[in-house]
Design a protein around this ligand. Structure first.
Ligand SMILES: [Zn+2]
Length: 142
């Protein structure tokens, strides 16, 4: 749950892989390793990644609702804020149990596939799998 050991271990393992495989550090690679290290704990309400995800979902729902609701302000803003609040409550209620599906080995593969889909780089995908999988090890060590 403490993000720093997760991030430190992920970067250490990713760096060892990158040196061995000749993969150069890039900004997307850095982002994937950082996100892969902390993303599994999105299933815990006290983590920064959960709080960030909650705010991101609420902000996206607010923006989408504000764009689509055909009311005049301030009713439009209030309705969009209500939609955002309901979305945040839904995420809070529907979040998976801690160390459930987000801590499953298949989740690491899905994360790697998502990284590949976004970047089309095998090095980024491999680093995503390594970083995400390192989270399991880090959970047991720290
Ligand atoms: Zn964890």
């Amino acid at each position: 749950m403490n993000w720093m050991p997760h991030v430190a271990l992920a970067f250490a393992l990713a760096h060892a892989f990158n040196v061995a495989a000749g993969v150069a550090w890039t900004l997307p690679l850095f982002a994937v390793v950082f996100l892969g290290a902390i993303l599994p704990d999105v299933d815990h309400k006290k983590t920064r990644i959960f709080k960030f995800a909650l705010v991101a979902v609420a902000a996206l729902v607010f923006a989408a609702a504000y764009q689509t609701i055909s009311l005049d302000n301030p009713a439009r803003a209030v309705a969009a804020a209500l939609a955002a609040a309901l979305a945040a409550i839904a995420v809070s209620i529907l979040k998976p149990r801690h160390r459930g599906i987000t801590h499953h080995p298949l989740a690491a593969l899905v994360f790697g596939l998502a990284a590949y889909a976004l970047t089309r780089e095998m090095g980024v995908a491999a680093n995503g799998v390594i970083a995400y999988a390192s989270h399991y090890l880090s959970d047991r060590l720290f």
